[in-house]
Design a protein around this ligand. Sequence first.
Ligand code: SAM
Length: 225
Amino acid sequence: MVGLEFDRLEDGYTDKIRRWVPFYDELLQSLFTDLPADFRPKSILDLGTGNGNVTFLATQLFPEADYILVDASAKMISHCAQRFGDSDQFIYKQRYLQELSFLPASFDLIVAGLSLHHLQAGEKQELFKKLWRWLRPAGVFASTDLYVDRSQEEEHAAVLKEWERIAREQGSDTDDWEYLMEHYDKYDYPHSFEDQLQWLRDAQFADQRIVWVRGAWGTIQAIRQ
Ligand SMILES: C[S@@+](CC[C@H](N)C(=O)[O-])C[C@H]1O[C@@H](n2cnc3c(N)ncnc32)[C@H](O)[C@@H]1O
């Protein structure tokens, strides 16, 4: 179960992910760099929050907003509760994304940092339809992630090669890389930019685009009109 896997990664998570994921800090920043002018979300949902690094960035920009943080890992969620404290402004849910349910028009901004590659194709498509309903008109969904189709063998092999090169530059050693590939085979289901943009269109998002990209790593933003 992916929740238990991330329980095991909670200790020292930020150091590990900065070694493992190419351009980690830039990816997270890119969730917020190309938002519509004068966008001031009052209510923000963080999908697969981990130890809260995405929410932390959001609080720097939108200190008045209310936040709901969701993660399958009990340890990650309790880390977030310690990090952001006990107040009405932050709600913590240890929950699988597939089981989430909210009233329509609950959020202005929904963000996902490196979490949706844990969902299979059908699960992503179902979630995108729900996200559209949970957003208010003019609400924004942004997801930063690895975008590649595993069935495109040559392209996929090239992406892994480049990933390893960058991970090693960022301080990963052989043990890190072996662990990463084991984790990737067990828990990760990335899909291409094209597929995910199409699934967002299918879910009625009227405006969806890539706002940041470096190789197979990037950020998609979609607006609910
Ligand atoms: C790679 S981490 C990213 C964490 C954080 N968003 C960040 O950018 O550092 C993925 C997170 O998604 C959570 N996750 C994975 N699959 C999930 C699912 N189906 N439901 C809820 N959380 C999930 C994991 O527990 C983990 O904390």
